[in-house]
Design a binder for this molecule. Structure first.
Ligand code: HEC
Length: 107
């Protein structure tokens, strides 16, 4: 099963289906699981900010993991423009923390 998943990931990136690099695959899976990809991509702007931009904006900000984890669940507006991110109540606290950390470590 894992081997099959790896094969699919490799095939997708070889054909340019996914822009995520192999080292972003954990983040990519979490975004997929929590329905974030409707609005966010890792390195292209969609409805919401692209997640590499988010990492750049908060580089060196030690409180950013906690704040972003809370914002992922609560949603909000006004930081990146007028668009609104609706609350994402389906996201567990553990996933919100993990996603915030992985987003902030994007380069
Ligand atoms: C309906 C579209 C939509 C969905 C679904 C969505 N977002 Fe967002 N997201 C946005 C918008 C719009 C913003 C910009 C909000 C702002 O300017 O404050 C945003 C902002 C963010 C930010 C930056 C917050 C900040 O204050 O800088 C992060 C991180 C983020 N989203 C992560 C996620 C994650 C993780 C998920 C999935 C659990 C998700 N988003 C689902 C639209 C969405």
């Amino acid at each position: 099963m894992l081997r099959l998943l790896a094969l699919i990931l490799v095939t997708c990136s070889a054909f340019g289906v996914s822009t995520a690099k192999a080292d972003n695959s954990e983040l990519q899976l979490l975004l997929q699981k929590n329905n974030c990809l409707a609005c966010h991509l890792i390195d292209k702007r969609k409805y919401g900010p692209n997640l590499k931009e988010v990492a750049e904006k908060y580089a060196g900000d030690s409180g950013a993991v906690e704040r972003l984890a809370a914002k992922i669940k609560a949603g909000g507006t006004g930081v990146w423009g007028e668009d609104i991110m609706p609350p994402q109540a389906q996201v567990s606290d553990a996933d919100a923390q993990k996603i915030a950390k992985l987003v902030l470590s994007l380069q």
